[in-house]
Design a protein around this ligand. Structure first.
Ligand SMILES: Nc1ncnc2c1ncn2[C@@H]1O[C@H](COP(=O)(O)OP(=O)(O)OP(=O)(O)O)[C@@H](O)[C@H]1O
Length: 389
């Protein structure tokens, strides 16, 4: 890492909207050149605010933003480079394509209004290159209104890259497309970004999108970056209960720590039912602390009689419901007032109401802190405990 010139450095960035508590607080990140970086989090967590500060559309309250040797913004020195001098390409959810202009003129727009002057041959070359990158050759003279949603999105992308930006900012660019097209565009967008090698910041609230496309993800909650890491880090090693539950597909149940546990160790916790289980702790925790335990549905085995084994938790539960998913059945199991989901092979059929042995390895039960500001009790029930198939 040491020898790589950081492409974008954001340090101590805060922007809180006047008279509100909304915005972003103390965001810090450094992106290597060419990184696909995603700001991921629920609605209102501050993703767009962060992006707008980097673009120069908002003036931060504190912090600094640097791209290589260029300071975009520094609250300490008062430096502030305006948007049109940051060489940034942007695409938003609403494509902001001009309906009265042709595809060519939409893409050429940044070349016509910028400070730099281009000859008509240069404009033609640059627009054609950008249109070829998004697979829209031959559409130059079409009116933007004669395009499908997906094609309009490509035009917006072509316009964002026509000046070969140093930074590409994408704010939920796929959310207006239907599910099938969205999937297709994810792969296309990722390969276009890799081809261009442009550092990209992508805003989304869609976990799958973030996992599939990113080199690095920052999960945000209530204005704060609560975890930053690779998709694998975020998925397999969530920093706390909020990240685990936000990433979906996991059981998040409330528990209390039985005795002090050091970092990177196994320890015992007590569930709401009074049942004790062993968990893996990635950080030290104190006796009596309220925590959440994350257990992935695919790591739970069900049987009519306990199989037991070394380093395996065994809890008795009752099948509440079953959902057939083809190759899997997704069971909802009551374990003494708390609900767990288990995805098991569809050859293992259990009747509703039957008593089952619920088993999972100690190491697959991850003890996590409850995120600051979130109510621990919220994690043990209701929506927070819902897991996607
Ligand atoms: N111009 C503004 N004035 C006042 N408050 C604002 C303004 N823009 C955003 N906010 C508030 O700041 C918070 C963060 O908003 P932001 O748009 O950054 O969230 P987000 O994570 O991008 O959400 P979404 O996914 O819904 O777009 C929200 O509470 C929002 O209501």
């Amino acid at each position: 890492m040491k020898n790589v010139q950081p492409s974008l450095t954001v340090s101590g960035l805060s922007k809180i909207y006047l008279g509100t508590t909304g915005g972003v607080r103390q965001a810090d990140f450094e992106l290597k050149n060419g990184t696909f970086f995603t700001l991921l989090g629920p609605s209102g967590c501050g993703k767009t605010t962060t992006l707008r500060c980097i673009a120069g559309l908002e003036t931060p309250n504190t912090g600094a933003i640097r791209l290589g040797a260029t300071t975009f913004f520094d609250a300490g020195t008062g430096q502030h480079i305006p948007l049109n001098r940051r060489n940034i390409g942007m695409v938003f959810q609403s494509y902001a394509i001009w309906p009265h202009l042709t595809v060519f003129e939409n893409v050429a727009f940044p070349l016509r209004v910028g400070r730099e002057k281009y000859t008509s041959t240069q404009v033609k070359e640059m627009v054609e290159k950008a249109l070829a990158s998004v697979d829209l050759m031959g559409f130059e003279s079409r009116s933007a209104t004669q395009l499908s949603g997906g094609q309009q999105q490509r035009v917006a992308l072509a316009r964002a890259i026509v000046k070969t930006p140093s930074l590409l900012l994408l704010d939920e660019p796929l959310s207006n497309l239907d599910a099938l097209l969205r999937d297709e565009m994810r792969a296309e967008l990722k390969s276009l970004q890799a081809r261009l090698g442009v550092t990209t910041i992508y805003v989304t609230h869609d976990q799958a999108e973030a996992l599939e496309m990113s080199d690095l993800i920052a999960v945000m909650n209530k204005g704060l970056i609560v975890q930053m890491g690779t998709p694998q880090d975020i998925y397999f090693r969530p920093a706390n209960g909020f990240v685990a539950s936000f990433m979906g597909s996991t059981n998040v149940i409330q528990a209390k720590v039985d005795a002090d546990v050091p970092e990177d160790a196994f320890g015992s916790v007590t569930l709401a039912s009074g049942r004790k289980i062993a968990c893996r702790f990635t950080r030290s925790m104190k006796a009596g602390e309220t925590i959440v335990v994350s257990i992935r549905p695919e790591n739970i085995a069900l049987s009519l009689t306990p199989n037991g084994g070394q380093n395996v938790n065994q809890i008795q539960g009752t099948i509440k419901s079953a959902g057939f998913l083809g190759h899997l059945i997704r069971y909802e199991i009551d374990i003494g007032g708390q609900l767990l989901h288990a995805n098991v092979g569809s050859h293992d059929v259990f009747e509703k109401g039957s008593s089952v042995s619920v088993e999972f390895d100690f190491q697959n039960a991850l003890a996590l802190t409850v995120d600051e500001g979130d109510d621990a009790a919220e994690f043990g029930r209701g929506r927070r405990n819902q897991v996607a198939a």
